[in-house]
Design a binder for this molecule. Structure first.
Ligand code: NAD
Length: 478
C-alpha cells in the first residue's frame, strides 16, 4: 500500500494518523493511505509559507511563468493517468476524470500567462506635477480549502492564480478524495517551486479547517465547499483580519418553456441533473417546466433516464458512476423519502443499485408534482435527485427560478431570443446558460455565484487576480 505524507516546506512529513482513500465503485479497493495532519503540521506549514513569502513575492514573472507552465505541461502529459486515479477515488466516469485532469493542466498554463500579464495603471493626478501609479502586489500567505467533487480542477484554480500573483499557499484538501490534490502539489513542487511556497496539509476538516481559516498568520482564505461550513470560515477569516472568498452550494434551476427543442431540453436536463451523480455545485436539481411541454418533457426524461448506464467509474461506456461514499448515499436516499412524504411523485429511480463490485450506486431519481417550497426544492442534496415544478408560463418560471436563497447557476431551454435575453438579464445567479447544461464551464472566464452561493470576488479567468493581489496607490511629485 502506498503511503502519502504531507508536503511541508519542501519535505515529506509523515504523521501518526492515516486516512484510507477508498474507491467508491469498489469499496474493497484502497487507493492509498494518506497522512492525517495535526495542528503542529498546520502551524509548521503556515510558518514555512510565511518564511518563503519574502523571496517568492519578489520572484520575477518569468520565474513564475516557467514553473506554472511546466506544471501544466506535466499535468497534460499525464492526464490519462491522473484522470484514472481521480475516477478511481471519486467515482466520476473515466472520461470526466480525464477531462478534469486536462482542465487542471490548462488552468496552470492560463495562470502561467497571467503571471506575465499583471499590469497596473498610471493615472494623471488632479494636482499639478504629481504622478499617480496604481499597482498590484502579492497578498502574502493564502489558505486554500477545497471539496472532494473536483479534486484536480478546484485545487488548480486556487493554487495556480495564488502562485502566479506571488503568494505562498497552505492547501488543505477534503479528506475523502486526497490522491488527486496530492498529485497536483507533487507536480507543482517538482516543477521548480522553492521550499515552503506551496504546502499540503491533509487531515480532518473540522480540526484543521477552523485553525487555518482563523490563523493570524494567514492573509487570505479561499474556500470551496458547503453552505454548512462556508459562513464559519468567513467569520474566522474576518476575525483574523484576512481577506476571504467562498464558493458554496446551489439549488440550480433549469427552465424548460413550451417552445424549447425537446431533445435539447432533455439532453441538458439529464446532463445537468444526473451526470457525475449530481455531485456538481452547478447541477440543476429544479426543473421548472411550463404547462404546454410538461407531459412530453417528463415522458421523454423517464425514457432517457431508464437508458442511463450506472456502473463502475472505470468501466467503458458508463454514463454515471457511484456517489462518493456511504454517507452521501444515505443522504440522497433520505431526501427521496422526504420528497415522497412532502407529496412529490417519484416517477423513476431513487433506489440503491447493486453491481458486480460493492459500491455506492444509486438510480437517478426524478420527482414530479413538486412545489418550490418543498425541502427537495430548497435544500442542496448533492446527489442524482431532481424535481419537476410545473408552471403556467415563462414569467412564473422565472419567478420560481429566482425564488431560492442560492444563486450559482441557472439555465433555460428555449428557441426564443426574447426569453433567452430576458432570462440572461433577470436571472439572479452568477452563471446563466441558454440551451446548455447548468454545469460544464470554460476555464478562462470568471466562475461564481450570488446570494448564499458565494461570498467575495470571482474565481478563475483574469478576474481571479482581484482576490490574489492587493492594490497600492503611489503618488510622486515629479
Ligand atoms: P464541505 O463544506 O464539507 O468541505 C469543504 C472543505 O472544508 C473540506 O476540505 C473540508 O475538510 C473542510 N472543512 C470541513 N469542516 C470545516 C470547518 N469547520 N472549517 C473549515 N473547513 C472545514 O464540502 P464537501 O462535502 O467537501 O463538498 C461539497 C460541497 O461543495 C457542496 O455543497 C457543493 O455545492 C460545494 N461546491 C461548491 C463549488 C463552487 O464553486 N460553488 C464547487 C464544488 C463544490
Amino acid at each position: 500500500m502506498v503511503i502519502y505524507p504531507n508536503l511541508i516546506d519542501g519535505q515529506r512529513v509523515e504523521s501518526a494518523g492515516r486516512n484510507s482513500d477508498i474507491n467508491p465503485s469498489n469499496t474493497g479497493d484502497v487507493v492509498g493511505e494518506f497522512a492525517r495532519g495535526s495542528r503542529k503540521d498546520l502551524d509548521d506549514a503556515i510558518a514555512a509559507a510565511r518564511q518563503a513569502f519574502g523571496k517568492w513575492s519578489r520572484s520575477t514573472p518569468q520565474e513564475r511563468f516557467d514553473i506554472l507552465d511546466k506544471a501544466g505541461t506535466e499535468i497534460l502529459a499525464r492526464k490519462e493517468e491522473l484522470g484514472r486515479q481521480l475516477s478511481r477515488e471519486q467515482g466520476k466516469p473515466l472520461a470526466d476524470g480525464i477531462g478534469e485532469a486536462g482542465r487542471a493542466g490548462y488552468i496552470f498554463k492560463f495562470f502561467a500567462g497571467e503571471a506575465v500579464r499583471l499590469t497596473g495603471d498610471k493615472v494623471e493626478s488632479t494636482r499639478p506635477g504629481v504622478d499617480v501609479e496604481v499597482t498590484r502586489e502579492p497578498l502574502g500567505v493564502v489558505a486554500a480549502i477545497t471539496p472532494w467533487n473536483f479534486p484536480l480542477a478546484i485545487p488548480a484554480w486556487k493554487i495556480a492564480p495564488a502562485l502566479a500573483c506571488g503568494n505562498t499557499v497552505v492547501f488543505k484538501p477534503a479528506e475523502l478524495v486526497p490522491a488527486s490534490p496530492w498529485a497536483i502539489v507533487d507536480i507543482v513542487q517538482r516543477a521548480g517551486l522553492p521550499p515552503g511556497v506551496l504546502n499540503l496539509v491533509m487531515g480532518p476538516g473540522s480540526v484543521l479547517g477552523p485553525a487555518l481559516a482563523g490563523s493570524a498568520d494567514v492573509d487570505a482564505v479561499t474556500f470551496t465547499g458547503s453552505q454548512d461550513v462556508g459562513p464559519s470560515v468567513a467569520a474566522a477569516a474576518v476575525a483574523a483580519g484576512s481577506r476571504v472568498q467562498l464558493e458554496m452550494g446551489g439549488k440550480n434551476p433549469l427552465i424548460v418553456v413550451d417552445d424549447a427543442d425537446l431533445a435539447i431540453a432533455v439532453s441538458i436536463a439529464v446532463n445537468g441533473a444526473f451526470f457525475q451523480a449530481g455531485q456538481r455545485c452547478t447541477s440543476s436539481s429544479r426543473l421548472i417546466v411550463t404547462d404546454g411541454i410538461h407531459d412530453r418533457f417528463v415522458a421523454a426524461m423517464i425514457e432517457r433516464i431508464k437508458k442511463l448506464v450506472i456502473d463502475d467509474a472505470l468501466k467503458p461506456g458508463i454514463d454515471i458512476g457511484p456517489v462518493v461514499d456511504a454517507k452521501q448515499l444515505e443522504k440522497n436516499l433520505s431526501y427521496v423519502e422526504i420528497a415522497k412524504k412532502e407529496g412529490g411523485r417519484l416517477v423513476c429511480g431513487g433506489d440503491r443499485l447493486t453491481r458486480d463490485t460493492d459500491g455506492f450506486y444509486m438510480a437517478p431519481a426524478l420527482f414530479t408534482e413538486t412545489t418550490n417550497d418543498m425541502r427537495i426544492n430548497r435544500e442542496e442534496v448533492f446527489g442524482p435527485v431532481a424535481a419537476v415544478i410545473r408552471v403556467k408560463n415563462y414569467e412564473e418560471a422565472l419567478a420560481v427560478a429566482n425564488a431560492t436563497p442560492y444563486g450559482l447557476s441557472s439555465g433555460i431551454a428555449t428557441t426564443s431570443l426574447k426569453y433567452a435575453n430576458h432570462f440572461k438579464r433577470n436571472s439572479t445567479s452568477g452563471l446563466v446558460m441558454v440551451n446548455q447544461p447548468t454545469a460544464g464551464l470554460d476555464y478562462h472566464v470568471p466562475f461564481g455565484g450570488r446570494k448564499k452561493s458565494s461570498y467575495g470576488p470571482r474565481e478563475q479567468g483574469s478576474y481571479a487576480k482581484d482576490f490574489y493581489t492587493i492594490i497600492k496607490t503611489a503618488y510622486t511629485m515629479a
